[in-house]
Design a protein around this ligand. Sequence first.
Ligand code: NDP
Length: 291
Amino acid sequence: MPTTAQATVTVIGLGPMGRALAGTLIKADETVAVWNRTPGTASPLLERGAQWANSPAEAIAASPVTLINVVDHDAVDQILSSAESVVEGRSIIGLTSDTPERARHTARLVADRGGRYLDGAIMTPAYTIGTPSASILLSGPRELFAEHQALIEHLATPTWLDDEPGRAAAHDVALLDLFWSTISGFLHATALARAEGISPTAFVPFAHGIREILPAIFDGFAERAEQNRHDDPVSMIRSIRASLAHLISATHDRGLDAAALEAMRGYLDRAERAGHGEDEVTRILETMSRG
Ligand code: NDP
């Protein structure tokens, strides 16, 4: 494998996403150093001019700015810890998805070694990287973002959020919560419809009808949440609870699991027991916490 020369950017982690990042940077005429735990993955990139580094330390030393894109922040922190003092004076851009706490921990680890850290959450699939539809949310020092903005723009449309390093990961986990809850809801509804003899393709146009009313509901509920205002409801907790009870019965009648619906009923029950049965459903923001 070629030995490391001075590069303009380093990419650590060459899974599907890391390969897309490194390949896009090569296409943008950057001089790219790469390291991956399994070296063989790097071969197609090396053929395109990437420079192989023999260790994370060598990779970070090869350029002023390193993008780290691996499976989770345990791996990120192992990589950074093994690089020791090489991190000093360099920029690290973490593009690995994990919790906000893990992002903050990595930011401290980099700062303790004299480096500067920007955390990023990649919001779109690997195949979008290098196109305008790719999106990366970033948090960490604004001047560090400004310094590397042009580099990041080769990869995606960046949105800087805040100096607080956990902010990008906080958006990421909240948006993934929305995404997977929605997918789970759609698939559960499809299973219930199918159990009642409605084919999935006949059902989906009606599901789109629900999707179309959601943007206005999101906006109205966000405003209520912001103002902590739950009075004057469009539909009361008490009546939603009754309709949810029918829905759970229909689900059980068809032998389907109703755990997600039962969880929602639990939030509504707690709100009603606390005397909020006549409030808007947004009141359950207060009854979702554990314990
Ligand atoms: P993975 O999440 O499967 O990560 C694979 C990479 O992590 C490989 O380079 C792998 O090395 C490396 N890795 C795993 N464990 C370790 C370890 N202990 N030490 C060092 N390296 C390790 O694949 P992706 O490329 O898909 O994702 C990378 C990140 O990008 C994730 O955080 C993911 O959530 C995020 N992301 C990915 C998207 C996508 O479309 N793929 C979309 C948006 C975000 P090895 O090759 O040796 O196994």
